[in-house]
Each structure stands twice: as structure tokens, then as C-alpha cells.
Design a protein around this ligand. Structure first.
Ligand SMILES: *Cc1c(COP(=O)(O)O)cnc(C)c1O
Ligand code: SF4
Length: 343
């Protein structure tokens, strides 16, 4: 702990945390040895985990860790349990089978999911797509992006395109501007949605320049991911404020994670904090049966209890929709019949 406390308060570290997003990303911790120099853990214990699933924690998110095993730590620091043979599969939603062209998943008739980046500002240990994020071999090639755009052009039923990843905000402004411009040029694409965790894991990414660019592509929606009240910092507040001021409706998908937020009070605090940032809780995801994430899964009952609390306090605006993805690409299913005990 001493080493950690010393490093986190050193002037170099503080300067990095205030730095611009490129600098913060460049200063990210990507090896077990580098992480062991910052946090009280054994490099040899987590090195095999980091070899299997990529490790990336930028200095901003690292600094949110307060103590070993806290909710931020659990989401970002590799855990030996990721290597347990847990009987789960790497792609339970069968995104590959529903992918007519690389990088594009077409599960619902009127909307498609387009993974434009496979990089993130932090590699979440609970990630649904941990089979592919961070792997340079799986990055979307420009030719594949052209094919995906062609596919959308040819399919007039597609009214909404969801840019996902990885994290689309890891693209440079100009690259994202080009993708959004291409989508906007397709008459039947009515709405574009961006799924991103950057406002939470690297809020410095939401620069005035980014926001000026995004607002040229309305109607644009954004769905963020916050999982714990400790993530609602002043910087995250600034990021959400800038996006909301640009007229971008903001939603949040929270993942229900054991040891992180599987508690009604924590969730109530989180939802209240989100509403103050003008972020509407959208989904509460029951953790999918993804290989390497079994230690995060809770009983469905836990989620139902949390939902019952949220609907009463803080109330309807704060209550997301509790969903699970059906295995094999069946799509999202609502787990919570809603409000029965109250009505
Ligand atoms: C979740 C998801 C969507 C979006 O679903 P919404 O309910 O509209 O948020 C679209 N396509 C795929 C493949 C998805 O997994
Ligand atoms: S930001 Fe999203 S895609 Fe990236 S590692 Fe986290 S959960 Fe996965």
C-alpha cells in the first residue's frame, strides 16, 4: 500500500491524470509488472491472466482505486478466477453467427450493431466481448468498414445503427466524423447511437472539439456504462454535461456485478447520481455467461430485489429495464415483470 500511496500522490502521477486523453492512454498500464509497481499485488499471480485477456488501465481510472478489491479494482485488475474452467463460452450471444459482414451484427430487423473499434480506455474484467477487445488481429479493417457500410446501404429496413466496440470514442475525432458522415448520408438510417464507456473510464476524451463534431450528426443518442457511484467524479460530470448541452440524449447501461454493485443501496446511489448528470438509466444487464467472468455473476433474484427497491426509491425515472441476453443470439429478454409488488 505504501508504494501505491506514494506513487498516486507523486507530482508526475497528478500531472498525468490532468493530461489530455492521448497522454493518459499512452501512460496506461498494460503489463502485470507495471501494475504491481502501482498496486499491492504479485505480478506473477496476474501475469497469466493478462496474457489471456488484455490488461489496460489508464492513470485516471487507476487513481479511482481506493483499496484492494474495491469496486473499481474488481472491474479493472486481472483476477486469477478469470482463468477458471467455468463451463462458459466466449461468445454466448453468438454474435459471430449473426454477423453478415465482419464487425456488423444484425440481430433485430431494424437495427444493427457496428463495432468500429476494438480498443477501450480500460479493459473491463467483466467484458462481454473479452474474446476480441484489445486484440490487434481483430481490429476492424478499413475494407471491412466499407463492406459494413455497403451492407447498411443495401438493407433499407435498418433504421438505427449502433456504434459499439470496443469503444467508438477510442477513434480519433476525424475517423469517427467520417463514419458518422457516411451513416448520415444513408437516407433510411434515421438514428445513430453510440455505445461508449469513455465518459466513465476516460472522461477527458469528451473534449469540446469532439462534442462540436458529434452535434453535427443529430439525431445522435449515446448510451454510457457506469457501474458504481465511485465512477461519478467531477471529470465524469463535466463529460456528461458537455454531451447533454450538445442535445445528445444520454442513457446508461449498468452491468450487475457481484462484489461491485449487487446491493440495492449502491444501485440507488448510482441511479440518483446518474440522473443528476442528466443520464437516464436504460438497462441493468444481468451478467452474460461469458468465459472468464463467472465470478461476477449474481442470482437473478438479486437483480429483482434491486429493481423493486429502485422503482420505489429513487423512483421510476431511476429504474432501468432489467434484461438478460438469451444464449445463442436470441436477443434481450426482460427479467423484471415490473412493479407488481407496488401496484
Ligand atoms: C443490444 C443489442 C442491440 C440494441 O438493442 P436495444 O434494445 O435497442 O438497446 C442491437 N443489436 C444487438 C446485436 C444487440 O446485442
Ligand atoms: S469498455 Fe465496454 S467493450 Fe471495452 S472492455 Fe469495457 S465493457 Fe468491454
Amino acid at each position: 500500500m505504501n508504494t501505491k500511496a506514494k506513487r498516486l500522490s507523486s507530482p508526475i502521477f497528478r500531472a498525468r491524470v490532468r493530461g489530455d486523453w492521448h497522454e493518459l492512454l499512452a501512460a496506461s498500464i498494460r503489463t502485470a509488472a507495471a501494475l504491481a509497481a502501482q498496486l499491492p499485488l504479485e505480478a506473477s499471480a496476474i501475469a497469466p491472466v493478462a496474457a489471456r485477456y488484455p490488461l489496460c488501465i489508464n492513470p485516471y481510472f487507476l487513481k479511482l482505486i481506493r483499496s484492494p478489491g474495491d469496486p473499481i479494482w474488481r472491474q479493472a485488475v486481472p483476477d486469477v478466477r478469470e482463468l477458471e474452467a467455468d463451463g462458459m463460452v466466449s461468445d454466448p450471444l453468438d454474435e459471430k453467427r449473426q454477423s453478415p459482414v465482419p464487425g456488423l451484427t444484425h440481430r433485430y430487423p431494424d437495427r444493427v450493431l457496428l463495432t468500429v473499434s476494438n480498443r477501450c480506455a480500460v479493459y473491463c474484467r467483466h467484458c462481454l466481448r473479452k474474446r476480441m477487445v484489445g486484440d490487434p488481429a481483430q481490429a476492424l479493417h478499413p475494407a471491412a468498414l466499407r463492406d459494413a457500410l455497403d451492407y447498411i446501404r443495401r438493407h433499407r429496413a435498418v433504421r438505427e445503427v449502433i456504434l459499439s466496440g470496443g469503444d467508438p470514442l477510442l477513434l480519433e475525432d476525424e475517423a469517427l466524423d467520417r463514419v458518422l458522415g457516411s451513416l448520415r448520408a444513408i437516407a433510411h438510417v434515421q438514428v445513430v447511437r453510440l455505445h461508449t464507456r469513455a465518459p466513465c473510464t476516460l472522461p477527458q476524451r469528451v473534449t469540446p472539439g469532439l462534442v462540436r463534431m458529434l452535434r453535427r450528426h443529430h439525431p445522435l443518442h449515446m448510451v454510457l456504462q457506469f457501474n458504481h457511484p465511485l465512477e461519478i467524479t467531477a471529470q465524469a460530470g463535466v463529460a456528461c454535461h458537455r454531451l447533454a448541452q450538445a442535445g445528445i440524449p444520454l442513457g446508461c447501461q449498468t452491468v450487475l456485478l457481484r462484489g461491485v454493485n449487487d446491493d440495492p443501496q449502491v444501485m440507488a446511489d448510482l441511479m440518483r447520481a446518474l440522473l443528476r448528470l442528466r443520464v437516464k438509466p436504460y438497462y441493468l444487464h444481468h451478467a452474460d455467461p461469458v468465459c472468464g467472468t463467472a465470478h461476477f455473476r449474481t442470482a437473478i433474484d438479486t437483480g429483482l430485489r434491486i429493481m423493486a427497491r429502485l422503482r420505489l426509491d429513487p423512483g421510476g425515472m431511476a429504474a432501468p429495464c432489467y434484461v438478460a441476453d438469451l444464449p445463442g443470439g436470441g436477443g434481450k429478454t426482460v427479467l423484471d415483470p415490473g412493479g407488481v409488488e407496488r401496484l
